[in-house]
Design a protein around this ligand. Structure first.
Ligand code: SAH
Length: 301
């Protein structure tokens, strides 16, 4: 709770289902009011997005060390119409229901559930699919790839957070950015998030999706995630969003001692595997539940 309070200066109740405030004059103050963010997103779909907004996820420069408050997703400056605001209230309601389903399926880490409740998943979908954003399913994002199912996103992060440091994660690496959704969720549970994508148009899609959320602690990289990011390592958490026949050694080598890596492993039959590094030369592996992910592939396209 102390940790949660630090990372979420505003109570969750002020993030979700917030009634539009009577005083909207102070629009430049950054708050995680998703209603306004969502409304700005709805607006941004009908108007070209500005490429000059700060806080986009630039590839390669290290994340700024920011105070907890600035890790919140900032309110975009665009003014929301009343209609947009009420439609975004609907998305908050369905997002809450999605999180309730995820909790019912067994995810109980409050910080993960709060993060899932904060991130507007529909902002990561093509407009044609955004009405399905909150169903518990993986959905296409183009290039034969999918945004992961909400349950598995939450579950993997929960497993990664269940560490000896009471869930504190300094540096986290995600392999397979896709549309950027899981990276956004990770940004609320880790100090620094690095995410690698091997398909250039998806790397760019993720940048565009993350830009309006102005997340300061996510850095996107275009490259082969099987090689990790040796220049940034070690990581105390690594999540693979694509399934290989085994976890690449390079990633094992880039874990801190005490670090946790969560990955789907297998081809047709896949299982979630937790790998913990217990010393310089020793790792333990635990097989968890069945899962289904797109394949992990080498190289870039
Ligand atoms: N994290 C995403 C899921 C994306 S699907 C989400 O939030 O929903 C998995 C992604 O892994 C795909 O975009 C795929 O292109 C990518 N991928 C597969 N192999 C990879 C590799 N070696 N390096 C980086 N990305 C890879």
């Amino acid at each position: 709770m102390t940790d949660k309070a630090k990372r979420f200066p505003l109570q969750l109740s002020s993030v979700v289902d917030k009634k539009p405030s009577a005083d909207r004059s102070n629009r430049s103050v950054a708050t995680p009011q998703t209603a306004t963010k969502n409304a700005a997103w709805e607006n941004s779909r009908s108007t070209p997005r500005s490429g000059s907004e700060s806080g986009a996820a630039p590839a390669s420069s290290p994340p700024k060390k920011t105070p907890a408050a600035s890790q919140q997703m900032a309110r975009p400056s665009r003014t929301a119409s009343h209609v947009d605001r009420s439609s975004s209230m609907v998305s908050e309601g369905v997002r809450k229901a999605m999180v309730a389903r995820v909790a019912k399926q067994g995810v109980c880490d409050a910080k993960v559930l709060a993060a899932m409740e904060t991130v507007p998943r529909h902002m990561f979908m093509e407009p044609g699919l955004s009405s399905q954003a909150y169903i518990d399913a993986s959905l296409p994002i183009g290039h034969h790839q999918t945004i992961s199912q909400p349950y598995i996103v939450a579950r993997m992060i929960e497993i990664m957070r269940d560490n000896q440091q009471g869930g504190v994660l300094n540096k986290v690496l995600e392999i397979g950015t896709g549309c950027g959704y899981q990276a956004a969720v990770l940004s609320l549970v880790a100090k620094e998030v690095y995410s690698i994508e091997r398909i250039k148009p998806l790397h760019e899609l993720a940048r565009n999706n993350l830009r309006p959320l102005r997340i300061a602690n996510v850095r996107l990289h275009y490259g082969d995630g099987m090689l990790g990011l040796p220049q940034v390592a070690p990581f105390d958490g690594i999540i693979l969003a694509a399934a290989g026949l085994e976890v690449p050694q390079a990633l094992l080598d880039q874990m801190t001692i005490g670090g946790r890596l969560v990955a789907p492993v297998g081809s047709r039959h896949q299982v979630l595997q937790l790998i913990q590094r217990i010393s310089k030369f020793d790792w333990t592996s635990t097989t968890l539940e069945d899962c289904h992910f797109v394949p992990l592939r080498a190289g870039t396209v």
